[in-house]
Structure formats: C-alpha cells, structure tokens
Write a new protein. Structure first.
Length: 218
C-alpha cells in the first residue's frame, strides 16, 4: 500500500525533528531518524468488515462503528455531524508511540496508565454518532481493540487488557486477544506501552471492506 508507506515516512520525518541528539552523561539517546527511514514491519493483521456479525444490519452497524472510531482517532469528524458516505470511504490514519509512551483505547484509565499520549478520542456513545444494536452504542469497537491487541502483542509491545471478550467471539481474531471495551470502566480498556528504545508507528488503512493495522519501527 504505497499511500500508507508515505504516511509512515511522513510521520517518521516528523519524529526525526523531535528527537534531538543531546547527550547527557549516562543516558542512551535515540539516534535521529534518517530522511528516508528503513521501515521494519513488526506485525500486521486485518479485520474483514463484512464478517463482523451474522445479520446484515448488525454487521453494518459494527463495521460503521469501527471506521467511525478510526475517524475520531484521525480527528476529522465532528461530533453529531456524521456523513456516513465520507466515513465509509477509504482512508488512512497513523500515530507514533515514542519509548515509554502509552496508548489507551479510551481516556478513562487506571492510575498506572495515567496521561496516555494517544487515545481513540472517543467514548463510543450514540451522542457521538455511533450506531447501535439493541440500544448499545458503539457495537463493534471491541473488535477494533482486539485487532490492536493482537498486532501489538505480536510486535512484542507491552500490552495490558484486563477484560477478555470471551463472552462472545471476535471473528478473525484469536480468542486470547479478544478485548472488552467500555469507556465507563477503567479495566475494560486496552493499554499499550512502547517498551522499545525507538519509536513505533501504528498505521491503519480502511479499504475494500477491510481494516488493516501495521506496526512498524523506524
């Protein structure tokens, strides 16, 4: 996917301007990222948006909520003003975690994960535009969290997901990575810490009925 590679390279260039080669005594520093960084894929998997739920309507709701949450991550959607044609179009979004930085799926976090640098910027409520099955807004975001858990674990990042989604399978994701998300709960969250000594990039793409997540280091 050439577009996502360009997105990653653009982020790498941005990170390279942040990491300055100052050398305090006794501190191991990150090397500046080269202008054309070598991208090493740590892990990659996809979700098929056509197989989220058996029923056609429920599947559409789950798929819509997954891509809407990624638009909230991208910060290109206005709460309460959802254009589903635009939401469903192909797009990409990526973020960087530098060493020791934390991602949390939502902002209601446990004390040990205070002040995450990245969240999904959403509570997954109907008021934010999320669709519902049976009155529960945000159906499907657990599937996205499960994908992120799976890829991050395979990338050897430090993952904490205290509540498994074993009460209902997440299609296409091994059961041990099923992740239950509820923004009212600190434990029903997903936490990922960059335990490497270099930045990592989480790069998502939505295209052709599929969500792909690739984690690379720079």
């Amino acid at each position: 996917m050439p577009m996502i590679k360009q997105t990653i390279i653009s982020i790498a260039t941005l990170v390279s301007t942040i990491l300055t080669p100052v050398s305090p005594v006794g501190v191991t520093l990150l090397s500046p990222i080269p202008e054309k960084p070598v991208l090493v894929v740590l892990a990659e998997h996809s979700l098929d948006l056509t197989t989220r739920e058996p029923g056609e309507y429920a599947n559409e709701v789950f798929a819509d909520n997954i891509v809407l949450s990624l638009h909230y991550l991208k910060s290109d959607v206005e709460r309460g003003n959802i254009d589903w044609k635009e939401i469903r179009a192909s797009f990409e979004v990526a973020f960087v975690l530098r060493p020791e930085e934390i991602f949390a799926f939502h902002g209601n976090v446990l004390p040990e994960f205070e002040s995450p640098v990245v969240t999904m910027n959403s509570r997954f409520f109907i008021e934010e535009g999320y669709r519902s099955v049976g009155g529960l807004g945000g159906n499907g975001v657990c599937h996205l969290a499960s994908l992120i858990n799976w890829v991050a674990a395979e990338a050897d990042l430090e993952v904490t997901a205290k509540v498994n989604h074993n009460f209902y399978p997440v299609p296409g994701v091994p059961g041990q990575f099923g992740t239950s998300i509820r923004s009212q709960s600190k434990t029903q969250n997903l936490y990922i810490k960059n335990n490497f000594e270099i930045p990592v990039v989480f790069a998502f793409s939505v295209e052709g009925g599929e969500v792909n997540l690739k984690i690379v280091h720079l």
